[in-house]
Design a protein around this ligand. Structure first.
Ligand code: HEC
Length: 118
């Protein structure tokens, strides 16, 4: 597990921290992010869908043969996904969302883990 991304989550002093800590210390796969996917959906569909599409498949990060979408990254590497959602990605049009609370970001991550991976 990526220690930097995990510490980012563990270091947050806000509600739900204990749940996130248990999740971060659990074993893979980490596809059960401790957020509220229904709440996350509202954020995803109004902020992220503009670029990533309502099903997260509008941008393919990898190749046509071996696609990688928001749902793929959220499932395979939730720490990286959370980091990208929070800080954006320099050099491309991916916005940083540090204005949102860690709880909301984890809600978005939880929803992203329900999106198609292929
Ligand atoms: C303004 C357009 C835009 C918005 C809005 C946006 N993204 Fe992105 N996102 C991008 C682009 C462009 C990339 C980089 C694509 C690449 O590397 O090929 C990216 C990359 C990512 C990645 C990283 C994939 C990797 O390489 O590891 C994740 C995860 C992600 N976005 C999730 C989200 C989520 C969740 C939201 C909403 C909270 C969001 N994005 C909002 C454009 C956007």
């Amino acid at each position: 597990m990526d220690a930097d991304h995990r510490d980012l989550i563990l270091g947050q002093r806000c509600s739900g921290r204990a749940r996130r800590k248990r999740w971060a210390r659990s074993s893979p796969p980490y596809t059960n992010a401790p957020g509220n996917p229904r709440r996350g959906a509202q954020f995803f569909q109004t902020i992220c869908a503009v670029c990533h599409g309502f099903d997260g498949k509008a941008i393919n990060f990898h190749s046509a043969d071996d696609p990688e979408y928001v749902g793929t990254v959220a499932a395979d590497n939730p720490w990286e996904a959370l980091h990208k959602i929070r800080f954006g990605q320099p050099g491309v049009g991916m916005i940083a969302l540090t204005a949102l609370s860690m709880g909301t970001l984890v809600d978005i991550l939880s929803y992203a883990q329900t999106l198609p991976t292929k």
